[in-house]
Design a binder for this molecule. Structure first.
Ligand code: G4P
Length: 291
């Protein structure tokens, strides 16, 4: 990691160790783990330690914010997880899309064996207990609010803020364990951090805003050229650099400063805002590794 560029990304080893201990200690209280990731960044938005930390429990992965991700890419990811024996479901916790299937999938697939065992032992009415895990901003509160109905107070997920674990009871005999602590992705490369900054999951001042927007534009020009043309209707050409793309957009939008130059900072902020809010279309930032 280049520390000069990445000055605001910090890794909190002490805090993470505490979270790790809390997960291990509470795992015995639940039947399964629900891991939420961002469908636009399914690798970068997860902490890979979850695999080993929760290995003893059945798990379902929710690809959240699927309303903002490329449908094809999301299907590729769901199949990738399936091939790796992990049940995955695409959801949109903002609108609730996909969530009506969640408990059925958990009871009939993820916890099939447990449910059959309970049925045999006359325990079919025992509650299903789930631990909710995910890095900040991925949609944990939105999921819990959607499932529980009503808006619960958002508890801040950051080091130094004391949070206690909370059980949230749902109507259908399900209990969710909302875990305290910050579960960061382990930032071991700059590209992970950049993708998280594109989506707004971490602060965008990891790089200067123009550099960040230019990197996003280069990715879009390579992978989603039609979305870029459709949104900005500028005279792009195939070999445009990030700066040329940014300037063409700024000019098209009339973001000009005195002397006729493009206000690249304002243009960069606009591009990032428009990507994050889905105005550029449904765009995924990474694909599964080749198997
Ligand atoms: P967290 O508890 O894991 O930290 O995440 P939280 O639920 O607070 O969600 C973070 C942001 O992501 C929120 O936006 C939330 O509305 C948005 N979000 C969550 N799920 C989805 C989804 O499926 N689709 C879309 N498009 N957005 C989602 P915010 O701007 O911080 O707040 P607000 O817009 O809700 O006021």
């Amino acid at each position: 990691m280049e520390n000069t560029d990445m000055k605001n990304i910090q890794w909190f080893p002490g805090h993470m160790a505490k979270t790790r201990r809390a997960i291990s200690a509470n795992l015995k209280l639940v039947d399964a783990v629900v891991e939420i990731i961002d469908a636009r960044t399914p690798m970068s938005s997860r902490n890979p330690e979850i695999d080993t930390l929760t290995a003893s429990k059945p798990r379902i992965v929710l690809l959240n914010k699927c309303d903002l991700a490329d449908n094809n890419a999301t299907n590729i990811w769901v199949n990738y997880f399936r091939r790796n024996n992990v049940t995955a479901l695409a959801v949109d916790c903002k609108s609730g899309k996909g969530l009506n299937k969640l408990m059925t999938v958990i009871r009939t697939t993820v916890l099939k064996e447990l449910m059959e065992k309970r049925e045999k032992n006359g325990m079919a009415n025992a509650p299903v207990r789930l631990m909710i895990l995910g890095i900040p901003n991925v949609g944990k509160s939105s999921l819990i609010n959607r499932l529980a109905g009503g808006k619960r107070a958002k508890v801040e997920d950051r080091p130094g803020v004391t949070r206690v674990k909370q059980w949230v009871k749902l109507k259908d005999n399900t209990e969710l364990l909302d875990m305290p602590g910050v579960l960061w992705h382990k930032f071991d490369d700059q590209s992970t951090a950049i993708k998280l900054a594109f989506t707004g999951a971490i602060s965008d001042d990891i790089l200067d805003i123009e550099t960040l927007a230019m990197k996003l534009l280069v990715y879009l020009a390579e992978n989603y050229p039609d979305s870029l043309k459709e949104r900005y209707k500028a005279d792009f050409s195939e070999n445009d650099s990030g700066l040329q793309l940014l300037e063409k957009i700024g000019r098209k939008r009339g973001m000009i400063i005195s002397g006729g130059e493009v206000n690249t900072e304002r243009t960069a902020i606009t591009v990032l805002d428009e990507y994050r809010s889905g105005k550029l279309g449904r765009i995924t930032l990474e694909f599964p590794p080749k198997e």
